[in-house]
Design a protein around this ligand. Structure first.
Ligand SMILES: [Zn+2]
Length: 256
């Protein structure tokens, strides 16, 4: 693989990247990946106390602070109203897809990051479905890395979104900065302790997947990989950068 990998990270809301993959992102940036964020919605309905128009500005500033902390320069905003992805009118959906198409063409990513279609939040599922649709229509096959934010309680009704491979990445050395990045989204932490939730779920999966033995890690992020067989050179570089990591496909898929 010559040159740096180019990553395009789609996040439905301003804090999703930090919560879902804040550790892996730091490793990829340190490893030389050019990373750009795509904010799909405006996040306007993510507060019980801050009025929507004001919250859009607050979350934009929180997002900028996170990008400064992590060292991410490029970003795009689709500006869709928070919470409406599932019920977009035909016109609005076409406009959103045209914007996504334009970004994919201009940015030409090697790796695309998406929420899992099994995520509990409809904006997250719809982000996945919309971007996958654009990639298929354009005949693009970047390496796709899927992450989760809302795990519970969709165990009871989740849609299948079976990955080709499942990867766990040890994040012990970058955990503190990940939690700092999440805490910059203060409007969201006013409602829920996303920092504690992320640390707990990263710890839960480390122990469930025996990461202390396999990687010497007490915290891991777990992702689903797609198009891996079509982009072997991208995958090889990606795995080099994010180590310590381990393929846990057989552990997760062996119990279906
Ligand atoms: Zn979200």
């Amino acid at each position: 693989m010559s040159g740096n990998l180019r990553g395009l990270f789609f996040q439905p809301h301003q804090d999703d990247a930090a919560i879902g993959l804040g550790g892996t992102i730091q490793k990829l940036l340190k490893g030389g990946m050019e990373m750009s964020y795509v904010y799909v919605t405006d996040g306007r309905h993510g507060s019980r106390t801050i009025p929507p128009d004001e919250l859009v500005k607050v979350r934009r500033e929180e997002a900028a602070a996170e990008r400064r902390l992590l060292g991410i320069e490029a970003y795009f905003e689709l500006g869709i109203e928070d919470g409406t992805l599932e019920s977009l009118s035909k016109d609005k959906e076409a406009a959103a897809k045209a914007k996504i198409d334009g970004i994919l063409t201009d940015y030409d990513p090697d790796v695309v990051f998406l929420p899992s279609k099994s995520d509990l939040h409809p904006d997250h599922r719809c982000t996945d479905i919309m971007v996958i649709g654009c990639l298929l229509e354009k005949g693009l096959a970047p390496l796709i890395i899927k992450y989760f934010v809302w795990l519970f309680p969709d165990f009871y009704y989740k849609e299948p979104d079976v990955a080709e491979r499942v990867l766990m990445v040890g994040i012990d050395q970058v955990l503190d900065t990940k939690l700092d990045a999440i805490r910059l989204h203060a409007s969201q932490l006013a409602m829920l302790s996303y920092d504690a939730m992320a640390a707990a779920v990263n710890s839960y999966f480390a122990h469930a997947l025996r990461a202390p033995d396999l990687l010497g890690s007490r915290y891991v992020e777990v992702t689903g990989l797609y198009n891996a067989a079509r982009r072997p050179e991208v995958l090889e570089t990606y795995l080099d950068i994010v180590q310590p990591c381990a393929d846990v496909t057989s552990i997760l898929h062996g119990r279906r």
